[in-house]
Design a protein around this ligand. Structure first.
Ligand SMILES: CC(C)(COP(=O)(O)OP(=O)(O)OC[C@H]1O[C@@H](n2cnc3c(N)ncnc32)[C@H](O)[C@@H]1OP(=O)(O)O)[C@@H](O)C(=O)NCCC(=O)NCCS
Length: 232
C-alpha cells in the first residue's frame, strides 16, 4: 500500500511542474486525496460494503469536489490535476498513467444500462472540462482536448478536439478531413452544402456568360477553405 502511495506522489511530481515537494503534494493535492479515498471505497465496494462505500465517497466528494464512484476501476499512477468538478461513473474503467484535469466527466449518455461509462486506455490525458460519454473506448496514448465532448470510440495515439469530438492528430500526423460527416457537426455539413451550391451557381453564371470561371480570388476564403479541407 505504501509503495503504491509513493508511486502516486511521484506521478503528481512528474506531471505537474507546479509540484515542489512530496510534502506539498501529500498535503495540498485534492486529486490525490480523492484517489486515496477512492481506493478505500473501492475495497469496501468489492467486499460487499456498498452502501458504506457510497456514503463515504459522497463525503470525499464534499471535501475534494471530485466524485469517483466506488465501483469504477482505476489503474496505477492516476493523476487528477486541480480536480474540482471531476465525475467518474460506476462502470468507468481507467488504465494506468492517466491524467484528468478539472471538470472532466467520464459519464453515461443517460440512454444505456449495464456498462454505460467509458473505458480509458493507459497514458491518456483528458483536458479540462472534457466530457467522455457512454460505453466507448478511448485507446492508449490519446489526448482529449479541453472542452471536447467525446461520444465515439477513439483509436489509440489520437488527439481529439471539439463538440462533438473529432480526431485532429493520429500517430503524430495531422488528420486531413475529407468528409464533413467525419466531424459529425451539423454546421460543417451546412457549410459544405453552401459551398457546393455556390460552386454550382458560379458554373451556371459562367455558362450564361459564355466564359471560363475566373480563378478563385484571395477574398473567397470560405470556398477556398472548404475546397482544401473537405476536398469538395
Ligand atoms: C488538444 C490538445 C492536447 C492539443 O494540443 P497540441 O497537440 O499542441 O495541438 P495544437 O495546439 O497545435 O492545436 C491543433 C489544432 O487543434 C485546435 N485545438 C487545440 N485544442 C483545442 C480544443 N481544446 N478545442 C478545440 N480545438 C482545439 C487548435 O486551434 C489547432 O487548430 P488549427 O491547426 O486549425 O489552428 C490541447 O490543445 C489541449 O486541449 N490540452 C488540454 C490541456 C488542459 O486541459 N489544461 C488544463 C490546465 S489547468
Amino acid at each position: 500500500m505504501f509503495a503504491s502511495m509513493r508511486e502516486d506522489v511521484a506521478a503528481v511530481k512528474d506531471r505537474d511542474p507546479a509540484a515542489r515537494s512530496s510534502l506539498e503534494v501529500v498535503l495540498l493535492y485534492s486529486g490525490l486525496h480523492a484517489l486515496w479515498a477512492y481506493r478505500f471505497h473501492h475495497w469496501l465496494w468489492i467486499h460487499g460494503w456498498r452502501f458504506l462505500a457510497r456514503a463515504l465517497s459522497q463525503l470525499s466528494r464534499w471535501t475534494t469536489g471530485i466524485e469517483i464512484h466506488p465501483g469504477a476501476q482505476i489503474g496505477r499512477r492516476f493523476f487528477i490535476d486541480h480536480g474540482m468538478g471531476v465525475v467518474i461513473g460506476e462502470t468507468a474503467i481507467v488504465g494506468d498513467d492517466v491524467t484528468l484535469y478539472q471538470g472532466v466527466t467520464l459519464g453515461g449518455t443517460g440512454k444505456e444500462t449495464g456498462k454505460r461509462h467509458p473505458t480509458i486506455g493507459s497514458n491518456v490525458v483528458i483536458g479540462a472540462g472534457a466530457k467522455v460519454l457512454g460505453n466507448i473506448v478511448v485507446g492508449e496514448n490519446c489526448r482529449i482536448g479541453s472542452g471536447s465532448v467525446v461520444l465515439r470510440d477513439v483509436p489509440e495515439n489520437s488527439t481529439v478536439v471539439g463538440v462533438p469530438g473529432h480526431i485532429i492528430f493520429r500517430a503524430g500526423k495531422r488528420v486531413v478531413i475529407t468528409d464533413p460527416k467525419q466531424i459529425n457537426d451539423p454546421l460543417s455539413e451546412a457549410l459544405a452544402a453552401v459551398a457546393t451550391e455556390v460552386k454550382a451557381l458560379k458554373e451556371e453564371v459562367r455558362q450564361l456568360q459564355g466564359r471560363e470561371l475566373a480563378p478563385t480570388n484571395g477574398n473567397d476564403k470560405l470556398q477556398q477553405a472548404i475546397e482544401i479541407d473537405y476536398q469538395i
